[in-house]
Design a protein around this ligand. Sequence first.
Ligand code: NAD
Length: 262
Amino acid sequence: MDLGLQGKWALVCAASKGLGRGCAEALVGEGVNVVITARGAEVLEATALALRALNPAVEVRTVAGDITTPEGRAAALAACPQVDILINNAGGPPPGDFRSWDRDTWLKALDANMLTPIELIKATVDGMAGRGYGRVINITSGAVKAPIDILGLSNGARSGLTGFVAGLARSPKLAAHNVTLNGLLPGAFDTDRLRVTMQGAAAKSGSNFDEAWDRRRMAIPAQRFGTAQEFGAICAFLCSQQAGYLTGQNILLDGGAYPGTF
Ligand code: NAD
């Protein structure tokens, strides 16, 4: 299927590794020019080389910086001639007990996982509407649908973003101009983040990492973790011309882990 994305420009945030990189790879494969961002320049440049090798016909630009800061966002936006596709992503907040979180801890989580995507949406969607095409994908978490107790900062901040986007996506100023906004909710994906989180949990409980990894894997009906490539493929489809009637939705990718009917 031709997704009709040749020559578009995408800003893919936090894309040197993991799910963001998976999205960038899938978009580049469809002929989309990309601006990718991450905090560390070295891994980011290596990812850019791999993307250029994947499709030498597209332009791949890099912006090293923290996307959760005003400077990081300004630099990312300045590098993209026009944002047709915006993939919002950033590192997730740390786990913990809400009794130990002060106001600053909350503000940091809200900044990273709610206000940063909203700022980038604000900077880009009216231009998309003017051109008659736009796609915004927010990488959030399965925790938006099925909260995880120790991830209260993520549950809270990402639900705030999801509620805001639910309203915005239904605005005729955007929906009637072929601008869609959707959430992609990862369950467990085999990325650095999942490995680091599980290494920490295993060390804390004194258990063996490989055993903990297998237990977690077998608790998923698919009995495997998701891959960044399959995450990216669904992201690219949501950005396609064919997906123009799909907006304001939250798509869970979790190998069947969520137990509800809806
Ligand atoms: P990852 O650690 O594999 O990759 C994260 C990427 O984001 C890296 O390229 C890193 O450089 C970049 N990054 C992080 N913070 C940044 C910032 N402030 N500015 C710019 N770049 C930044 O992580 P991942 O597994 O791909 O996770 C992506 C998002 O999805 C995170 O918010 C994570 O919490 C969420 N998530 C992941 C899973 C999973 O199973 N992997 C599950 C649920 C939610």
